[in-house]
Design a protein around this ligand. Structure first.
Ligand code: SAH
Ligand code: SF4
Ligand code: F3S
Length: 472
């Protein structure tokens, strides 16, 4: 696998650190995308802190503002433009450096729009040029000349950037980058480039180090995690097997052996790549949570075909049955898009039917959003907005009804909860999650934070449960 040399980035970080020393400079970062985007933000924060910037929430106080953008749906893009309107005055008042990164910057029409309507930005960089960020920043500090640093690259892996993690108990670890699936609605393959996996050794050593630092839960990230190392295997791209790891299933088994890690989660797998070895690994590994996110997108075989998802309604349901049979206590969550071009009422009813049958723990619902450059955008049979919204509401009703029933079933049960910290809404309570990723609040000593404890669930609320510690 091609690894990028980051020596010049690390040297530049040290140079900027010297320039900034004693100046008490501040940075703010806005993260607008998925967990991979958040993981990139943690690396940007790591770099900025090493460069002697301290984090502030209030954009007004910042000397450097970084936007880490997302373009998966239109509303993600709108957020950036709204915020740019706000930061323009800070730029004028105090010369704040404005850097815009992330997936949206890989779209040429967006960068053009920025130049036309928001020409005050200093740096644009894409997800492939994360390591360039300090180098671009240095150019701005030294000669105040605007830098555009966007690359169309296919298959490189960056290792060794500094990282500052948001959380002390849960850590996310990207295991692969990019996507080769080209679902016809989705922009991700165009902005994140081709699928490529990290070396097993790099991942395992990162998780071992996290365990030593006291992290308890590891979230493995990728656009298509269960095809980890597949592209490499199929195309004879050399990688080094390490501790028996040569696939996603073997990776789960290896991480399961790492001492002091309590929980392992992963997103997102693709139903078409859910091979038996992965199902068996989930069953066998005690630390791997039994909540599996299995993106459905649509329940209609016709729509799935046009979406290029490579499975039918029946194949999806058969997979769910097999998983339920093999993995005791399995729970499922999913992503669904309503209003994809050509979606007829019967197609939508197929989606409702699958939701009814699978009985998900959680459903992330999206209204189809046209993305420039994708096949879906060019389709003529777009669905009118009011129909999309009406279907979305019907799906939401069904999901909420199912979740309400499920919540009731939790009452009186004993659940293993990994305590994550103090509740954000009530400082006197602690919060944690079940294996199935349900939020549970409880009263308890701070010493419980980071522990995996049995709780009895005593009451349920739509988005969380309440529990009490079971003694003895
Ligand atoms: N690689 C992951 C996640 C992709 S993005 C996966 O395949 O599951 C997360 C979710 O956003 C997708 O699962 C899909 O449900 C939704 N999504 C992607 N493109 C979209 C679009 N154009 N409109 C609406 N939702 C979209
Ligand atoms: Fe997008 Fe499909 Fe790739 Fe997921 S698998 S990132 S939905 S193209
Ligand atoms: Fe958005 Fe990029 Fe993630 S488009 S969903 S931030 S991969």
């Amino acid at each position: 696998m091609t690894k990028i040399d980051i020596k010049s980035s690390l040297e530049t970080i040290q140079n900027i650190a010297k320039i900034n020393q004693g100046k008490n400079l501040k940075y703010s970062i806005l993260t607008m995308g998925c967990q991979l985007n958040e993981n990139d933000s943690e690396k940007l924060c790591g770099m900025m802190e090493e460069m002697n910037y301290t984090k502030v929430e209030n954009l007004k106080e910042a000397d450097l503002i970084v936007f880490n953008t997302c373009c998966v749906r239109e509303n993600a893009e709108d957020r950036l433009f709204g915020k740019l309107g706000e930061v323009k005055k800070y730029k004028e008042e105090r010369g704040t450096i404005i850097a815009i990164g992330g997936c949206m910057m890989q779209e040429k029409h967006i960068v053009e729009k920025l130049k036309q309507s928001y020409p005050f930005f200093d740096i644009v960089f894409g997800p492939h040029t994360l390591k360039q960020f300090p180098i671009d920043l240095y150019k701005i500090i030294e000669n105040k000349k605007r830098v555009e640093d966007i690359l169309d690259i296919d298959g490189e892996i960056i290792e060794g950037l500094p990282i500052k993690r948001e959380d002390a108990i849960k850590a996310s670890v990207a295991i692969m980058n990019g996507c080769n699936n080209f679902c016809s609605y989705c922009i991700v393959p165009y902005v994140r480039g081709r699928e490529r996996s990290r070396e097993p050794k790099d991942i395992i050593e990162e998780v071992q180090a996290l365990a030593k630092q006291g992290y308890k839960e590891i979230m493995l990230l990728g656009q298509n995690v269960n095809s980890y190392l597949r592209v490499e295997r199929e195309n004879h791209i050399p990688f080094e097997e390490y501790e028996g790891v040569n696939s996603f299933a073997t990776l789960l088994r290896a991480i399961n052996k790492i001492e002091d890690i309590e929980r392992i989660r992963f997103i997102s797998p693709h139903p078409k790549d859910f091979t038996d070895d992965v199902i068996e690994a989930i069953r066998d590994c005690d630390k791997v949570c039994k909540l599996v996110h299995l993106p459905l997108q649509s329940g209609s075989t016709e729509v799935l075909k046009v979406m290029n998802r490579k499975y039918t309604k029946e194949q999806y349901l058969t997979l769910v049955e097999k998983m339920k049979k093999t993995i005791p206590n399995l729970t499922l969550s999913t992503d669904i898009i309503v209003g994809f071009p050509g979606e007829a009422e019967e197609d939508f009813e197929d989606t409702l039917d699958v939701v009814q049958k699978v009985n998900y723990e959680q459903v992330y619902m999206f209204i189809y959003s046209r993305r420039v450059g994708t096949p879906g955008d060019k389709m003529e049979n777009q669905i009118p907005e009011e129909i999309k919204h009406e279907r979305f509401d019907r799906l939401k009703q069904l999901v909420e009804k199912q979740i309400a029933i499920k919540n009731k079933e939790y009452i009186g049960t004993i659940q293993q909860i990994l305590i994550e910290g103090k509740s954000k809404t009530n400082e006197t309570m602690l919060t944690g999650r079940t294996d199935s990723n349900k939020v549970v609040v409880l009263e308890g000593e701070d010493s419980l934070i980071g522990k995996n404890v049995p709780l009895k669930i005593v009451s349920e609320h739509m988005w969380y449960l309440k529990g009490v510690v079971v003694n003895g």
